[in-house]
Design a binder for this molecule. Structure first.
Ligand code: G6P
Length: 589
């Protein structure tokens, strides 16, 4: 949610920032902007409403060694040029980019107005450069003024500030992600690692309340809560710059769908000891809660079914944003398992915070190393799915399910069997993303392209699959799609089924009898039935064969649905990688 990139070093900052913004765009694409420090000691500012396009080049923008950039997902203030970042102080000397929310911005704005400051935008951000300027006007130098400003700003934020007459960049992290890339005599600051992966894999993850100062070739970090200078270690990242690029694909969505066989093989090679250790924590806990948002929440639902069936272990599931209303049951023996691709989702982080306050243990399954959720957890399993750039989560989802299945098998004393089942699936997953499958689904997407509603049903493990498939279709093609447990549709929603209404029915050997009777209920109302599963049926008007994979049906059956969502997006002229109104990493509650 909003992407930040800044550069300080010998190369052309403008080029690095524009390139970084293109990479970070999945964090928000309402507008973008850059501030480049000119040699003559002012800034060149460029702000554009809309997405930064592949063709945006830096011609006409000055060359410089220092600059900051931002890609915005609007929170305070509409989508407009004046609300775009960077924001300047009244004198024009201080430029700020910001991700997050300033909770007391109205109060602080009123205070600054009384001091004679004027505001041009509707954003909460604009108070930041002006609060710093207010302190500089009172005689503090740039760095001290930035530090003092933090006493006047509440909320969750990542901020990068520069001053037109200083060579320093200040980066501040408080409950919103910010990482520093360390190169040779150069530094990058970004919301996410892929923004600078072409230049360095050496990373410093800022901790909460860290204020980093980049002063030419030096970096110093001050923790403003502890009020002392701190040392943060440099970590080497094993992501490859190529992984964060589209390669031969037209879109990240299809690239990431196609990577799922590799992602599952990564899960297969997770150390047995680590899975055992997590399973032991689960065995010892009294009361286990899965929490997550969006697609990761659907992974949790899968986990609930898998743990129940394979491991005979009861777990509770709650979407992270509702978790605080269920915390009465938490105590020192409780275990919260948080699942998140980005490791930065604000609601999931808030759930973790509440759980820890009540003494519960927190284990997380995350894809991004060094992320806030990873750092807030007592233990973490890193998914190793590689950077997921498309706003829609695909490969991270199947990797989460694979990990949950391994844990469930370990709980049942069958980790190796669980591993073998995953291994056996890898070749089949290649088939599921093959051209033959894509062509078959294309036929379906052509039939569905003008439809307004799609209903999806599944029972057991096919229920979360139906929910996740509906989410994929909605997110990217903007077709209304609604999923239900097979038995539920007749309790109300069946009133909407009419002649030709497309209904997707997920089947499995275990649920066939019951789900087909639900399919008949739909067919009797004239529905156009699309079957997904191991056996064809005369009720199906269109059939996608996906072989029986028992506990791993969720991995196999979602893949054709991801492809369907992709193809619907293309046919309907929607951007598959950047759906309207969405952001990949939701860092506000
Ligand atoms: C956003 C993304 C979704 C994602 C959800 C949770 O809404 O658009 O694709 O599933 O956040 O993200 P997380 O990183 O916590 O898995």
């Amino acid at each position: 949610m909003c992407g930040i990139i800044a550069y300080h070093g010998p190369r052309n900052a403008t080029e690095i920032i524009v390139k970084g913004l293109k990479t970070l765009e999945y964090r928000g694409y309402d507008s973008w902007g850059v501030a480049i420090k000119n040699n003559d000691k002012d800034f060149t500012i460029k702000k554009i409403v809309g997405k930064i396009t592949e063709s945006t080049d830096v011609d006409g923008m000055p060359k410089s060694n220092i600059g900051i950039g931002h890609t915005r997902w609007a929170t305070h203030g509409g989508v407009s040029e004046k609300n775009s970042h960077p924001h300047l102080s009244n004198s024009g000397k201080i430029a700020v980019v910001h991700n997050g929310i300033i909770e007391n911005y109205q109060e602080q704005r009123d205070f600054l107005i009384k001091q004679g400051f004027k505001f041009e935008s509707e954003t909460d951000t604009e108070i930041i450069p002006n609060t710093i300027e207010y302190h500089m006007n009172r005689g503090y130098d740039f760095i001290d003024a930035a530090k003092r400003s933090l006493n006047h700003i509440n909320g969750q934020f990542a901020i990068v500030v520069m001053h037109s007459q200083h060579n320093q960049i200040v980066a501040i992290r408080k409950e919103a992600p910010l990482v520093i890339g360390v190169g040779k005599k150069e530094f990058f600051i970004a919301s996410d690692i892929p923004a600078f992966l072409d230049y360095t894999k050496q990373v410093i993850f800022l901790e909460e309340n860290d204020l980093a100062i980049i002063d030419n070739e030096d970096l110093s970090i001050f923790n403003f809560k502890e009020n002392l200078v701190v040392n943060r270690k440099t970590t080497s990242i094993d992501w490859d710059a190529e992984q964060a690029k589209k390669g031969d694909f037209d879109h990240y969505l299809m690239k990431e769908i196609s990577e799922q066989a590799d992602v599952i093989s990564k899960v297969v090679s997770l150390p047995a000891k680590q899975i055992k250790d997590i399973a032991n924590e689960i065995r010892e806990a009294q009361g286990i809660f899965f929490v997550a948002c969006g697609t990761s929440a659907h992974s949790c639902m899968n986990g609930m079914y898998l743990f129940s069936k394979t491991a005979k272990t009861h777990v509770n599931f709650c979407v992270a944003s509702e978790f605080e209303y269920f915390t009465h049951f938490l105590n020192k023996k409780s275990l919260v398992i948080a699942i998140s691709q980005s490791g930065e989702t604000a609601d999931t982080l808030a759930a973790i915070r509440v759980a820890k306050e009540r003494g519960a243990k927190v284990i997380s399954i995350v894809n991004v190393m060094g992320s806030s959720i990873m750092r807030a957890s007592h233990k973490t399993i890193l998914q190793g799915a590689g950077p997921e750039i498309c706003v829609l989560s695909t490969k991270a989802y199947t990797s989460q399910i694979a990990i949950l299945s391994l844990i469930a098998h370990e709980l049942a004393g069958q980790q190796e069997e669980g591993r073998s089942k995953l291994k056996e699936l890898i070749r089949y997953i290649y088939y599921l993303t093959s051209k033959a499958m894509r062509d078959h689904i294309k036929e379906l997407s052509e039939r569905l392209r003008y439809t307004q509603h799609i209903y999806l049903i599944g029972r057991g493990l096919q229920h979360p699959t139906a929910l996740e498939a509906a989410l994929k279709i909605k997110e990217v093609s903007y077709i209304h799609a609604e999923a239900y447990a097979g038995g539920e549709l007749k309790h109300g929603t069946i009133a909407l089924i009419d002649k030709g209404t497309p209904c997707i029915v997920f089947t499995s050997d275990r649920t066939e009898k019951e789900i087909m009777s639900n399919a008949s209920e739909l067919k009797a109302r004239g529905a156009y039935i699309i079957g997904v599963g191991p056996k064809n049926n005369e009720l199906f008007d269109f059939y996608i064969k996906v072989r029986e994979a028992e506990d791993l049906n969720s991995i196999c059956q979602i893949i054709p649905m991801q492809i369907l969502a992709y193809q619907l997006a293309l046919l309907r002229g929607c951007d598959p990688d950047k759906p309207r109104n969405l952001a990949k990493s939701v860092t506000v509650k």
